[in-house]
Design a protein. Structure first.
Length: 177
């Protein structure tokens, strides 16, 4: 995650277009990558980026600074992704949704490809609320507290969803691996 200075945030909160442009450059890739990881295709992910930053620009004054700006931006994008799922009942295909660890990358390409396909199939079969927390926790590396703030649910609920999501994923993967 990028650290940005207080002056940039203050200028953004005042409606400064240059500050907004810099924030877009810093964080648009994060929004795009999360949309892809949550199962959207390239075009839909770009739409999410556009909508997220449009809303951020229009409502810049609502950012209070209680959380990091990235957390605030991701919460806007997650809400937009959820809306899209509700509206379109999107079928999830996570073909490039995860990055494998260095250890996996050293193994042969066929095994890596198969493992990635299996994990993606497993993730695809999880309900969105479990898939979200698994991706945010295990792939993006966010803390329980950050996920709690982002999703506006208790830390206990995050822990429960992570545990249940992992159990569901383990159950799906045990026959595959």
């Amino acid at each position: 995650m990028n650290l940005i200075n207080k002056e940039l945030i203050e200028n953004f909160k005042k409606g400064d277009r240059k500050a907004f442009s810099e924030i877009f450059k810093l964080y648009s890739d994060n929004v795009y990558n999360n949309a892809i990881k949550l199962g959207l295709n390239h075009d839909d992910a770009l739409d999410i980026v556009q909508t997220t930053f449009y809303k951020l620009f229009k409502k810049h004054y609502q950012f209070k600074g209680n959380s990091s700006l990235l957390t605030y931006i991701i919460s806007i994008s997650l809400n937009e992704i959820r809306k899209k799922y509700r509206k379109e009942k999107i079928y999830v295909d996570l073909e490039d949704g995860i990055n494998l660890s260095d250890e996996d990358e050293k193994r042969d390409k066929d095994r890596k490809k198969r493992l990635k396909e299996v994990v993606n199939r497993g993730l695809k079969n999880l309900p969105l609320k479990y898939r979200e927390v698994i991706i945010l926790k295990d792939i993006d590396g966010l803390s329980i507290k950050e996920i709690s703030e982002l999703l506006k649910i208790s830390q206990g609920s995050v822990k429960t969803r992570v545990r249940r999501g992992r159990l569901m994923l383990k159950d799906v993967l045990k026959d595959e691996i």
